[in-house]
Design a protein around this ligand. Sequence first.
Ligand SMILES: Cc1cc2nc3c(=O)[nH]c(=O)nc-3n(C[C@H](O)[C@H](O)[C@H](O)COP(=O)(O)OP(=O)(O)OC[C@H]3O[C@@H](n4cnc5c(N)ncnc54)[C@H](O)[C@@H]3O)c2cc1C
Length: 430
Amino acid sequence: MGFGDKRIAIIGGGLGGMAFANAALYAGLTNIQLYEQAPEFTEVGAGVNITKNANVVLDAYGLKEAMLWKSSHDPQCYMEYRNFKTGEVFGRVEEFGEPSSRQIHRAHLLEAMRSKVPGAILNTGKRLSTIQWLESSREYLLTFVDETTTTADIVIGCDGIKSTVRDHLGFTDHPNYSGQMVYRGYVAYSDLSPATALELRRSVIHRGKQRHILTLPIGNEESETARVAVIGFMTEPLESWVSESWMAKAPVDRLAEQVEGWTGTVQEVIAGLRKSAERDGNDLILKQALYVRDPLPKLYAVEEGHPGSGIILLGDSAHSTLPHQGQGTCMAIESGVALATILKNWKSDSLEDAFSFYQNLRKPRTDKVTQTSYEAGKLASADVPEGTSVEFNAEVLRERMKWIMDYNVLEDVFEKGAPYFEDENIQAQL
Ligand SMILES: Cc1cc2nc3c(=O)[nH]c(=O)nc-3n(C[C@H](O)[C@H](O)[C@H](O)COP(=O)(O)OP(=O)(O)OC[C@H]3O[C@@H](n4cnc5c(N)ncnc54)[C@H](O)[C@@H]3O)c2cc1C
């Protein structure tokens, strides 16, 4: 049985949608089409850190080589924590085992995932505007802003935190402002002194009061992609945010003035950001208001009387999280393979049962990641008086995150799903 013969429309071709397309092909769902609003597949922002729990999945898709080609290799540690003023190291979280974390430019990760997806499945310039159920033909009619249409049996909403598909499911909640703005940019290693360049070959957080700067050593020398991705989390009132957009640009000065008096490494990073901006002919970096949504009570809807038709959310549309444990994309990767495996192997024709099983498998984990990421943000941007770091304990922090990294979604889905799968002896092809 299963839903392998159903027409599946994936809305959104960001990291979540592209991860689901890979998952679908891996699981054997071939009747898929992906619709992305942008004219081409691209990602802005800084780098992302993809951790063990998600790399296990990407490696199963055969993406290891493509990813490692443009990502960092063999990290020295998971994260090093430094005092914002003195630069002194006060904590280090070691890696969580193989496959270790990979730091990569967002566009390069998207490119690696896209390389596995046939072009015939990918549609750009398709901004979804409405979804309508057609009782006469028993299918969904998807209408795009360019007035073209398509039809599908199952719709997967991978269209991010401002999801249109989500609206269609009737949710009226609003995203919450996290209290922080994020400044993002890149620094060339050649713009840093040799000592600082060496220091920033690992992931480092300079932790100040109610703000922190995260630097990720993305890429590698061989593919000439090595750079420092800079992500500055600054507590700022939303009132000072002039643009209506969540993502805009701001002068490097806006970040610089908030880290005045911070250690020399941070000042070099700021100078490096200025040089990068100058090369682009301006003085700007990305500035984004950081929003998150509360976990949803339900991730899907099915059409009454039509057991094989339904809509479900995946990625940030379903479970957005603050980035303080680097898990938004990782959760989308995990969720993607879980959903595709369930859809392909489900032994009855009830999509309601399959979706419900998926939700029970995923929601406790993604809800917990959302909650613990919020707490991790408080720890990273010390909500304590200047210089105080006594309550910070790297070992405790590592223990806090171990459950995320040590999880193997492929094992979990095949173990828990076996009684409900057509072939209950089917195993993860690890
Ligand atoms: C500062 C920061 C740092 C982060 N660092 C990490 C990290 O280190 N590791 C990690 O795992 N995660 C990280 N994340 C989280 C990660 O960026 C997100 O979880 C991830 O990008 C979500 O992917 P998505 O595809 O679900 O949503 P999005 O990235 O928002 O993609 C949605 C896609 O859908 C398209 N779309 C939207 N509406 C429509 C429509 N109506 N029709 C068609 N297409 C549409 C969009 O154009 C876009 O391509 C970070 C996030 C932030 C903000």
